[in-house]
Write a protein that binds this ligand. Structure first.
Ligand SMILES: C[S@@+](CC[C@H](N)C(=O)[O-])C[C@H]1O[C@@H](n2cnc3c(N)ncnc32)[C@H](O)[C@@H]1O
Length: 279
């Protein structure tokens, strides 16, 4: 079992790096400490802290799997980024704005954002997702879209402070303590008045209502895993991932220095927040 885990988290990502053309893949030029470290790319330096969460180990094994990624957009139902682009524009962001997309996945939002805004950085902790995203960015010829492998806790923003940060269906990958840290880091990369657009699976109910809400969710799940998330997928999400309650997340946003300017919920499960960093 330990060997399997080692292979999954240590060897497989190195092969992704090799395929993606990273000259430092495997252990070339690395010290023993470097090898022990999970992430050695420059944008992942904070991960070298001994107490830091291993984001790759929490990324969801499916997000490291090329086969899954190939079918990802279909499974997601090709979500339209129009509402999210409009949320940024409603706060004055435009052609010269700097945007960061954290947990960017295959780039449904980042590609559209790069056509609308000035400079977009799409970050994802999964080497395979970043490889897919880089391929798409190259095909689209979007020179203002930068794709980096980095996580919520390791992305190192450089250049001017961001005008907007976007993240969709990714923050639940990390437990609440780390969400707090991630939100604080997001606030740190935004200019005062900058906008956070946060979408995620968030529980907008009381603990005693969980059974009823989940029964409705699983009852309306896709039958075919290629077409959407199945009841099994949702059950696994509930058991193994870290969706938090709305009544815990909103104070976390406030502590990080955000004012919530709009919030909508779908089925008491899918939250969409627009937040502004305090001036
Ligand atoms: C469900 S997908 C969402 C992708 C995209 N945002 C979308 O809406 O289609 C979750 C993504 O978050 C990434 N991810 C998981 N943990 C992460 C972390 N700690 N930091 C950054 N990205 C992470 C995964 O690799 C995956 O691409």
């Amino acid at each position: 079992m330990r060997l399997l885990i080692l292979w999954w988290y240590e060897v497989l990502p190195e092969w992704y790096r090799l395929i993606a053309g990273d000259p430092d893949c495997f252990t070339a030029g690395a010290t023993a400490d470097d090898v022990a470290r999970r992430d050695r790319w420059p944008e992942n330096e904070p991960v070298s802290e001994s107490w830091m969460l291993n984001e790759l180990a929490h990324a969801g094994p499916e997000h490291l799997d090329e086969m899954f990624i190939a079918g990802y957009d279909r499974k997601q139902g090709y979500p339209d980024p129009a509402e999210d682009l409009a949320a940024f524009e409603a706060h004055g962001l435009g052609a010269s704005s700097v945007i960061v997309d954290l947990g960017a996945g295959t780039g449904q939002f980042a590609l559209a954002a790069a056509r609308r805004f000035g400079r977009v950085t799409a970050a994802d902790v999964s080497p395979a997702m970043v490889a897919a995203l880089r391929g798409r960015a190259a095909t689209a010829g979007l020179a203002n879209l930068r794709c980096v492998r980095a996580g919520f806790l390791s992305y190192d923003h450089d250049g001017p402070l961001a005008d907007g940060v976007y993240t969709r269906n990714a923050l639940h990958q990390i437990p609440d303590f780390w969400k707090g840290l991630a939100l604080s880091r997001i606030a740190g990369m935004l200019r005062p008045g900058g906008v956070l657009r946060l979408r995620d699976l968030i529980y907008d109910f009381q603990p005693r209502e969980a059974g009823e809400v989940f029964a409705g969710w699983l009852g309306n799940a896709a039958a075919d895993p290629a077409d959407g998330y199945t009841a099994g997928d949702y059950a696994e999400h509930i058991r193994t991932e870290f969706s938090t309650y709305r009544w815990l997340l909103e104070p976390m946003l406030a502590v990080a220095g955000f004012e919530i300017t709009s919030v909508t919920f779908d089925r008491r499960l899918y939250g969409a927040y627009t937040c502004v960093k305090a001036q």
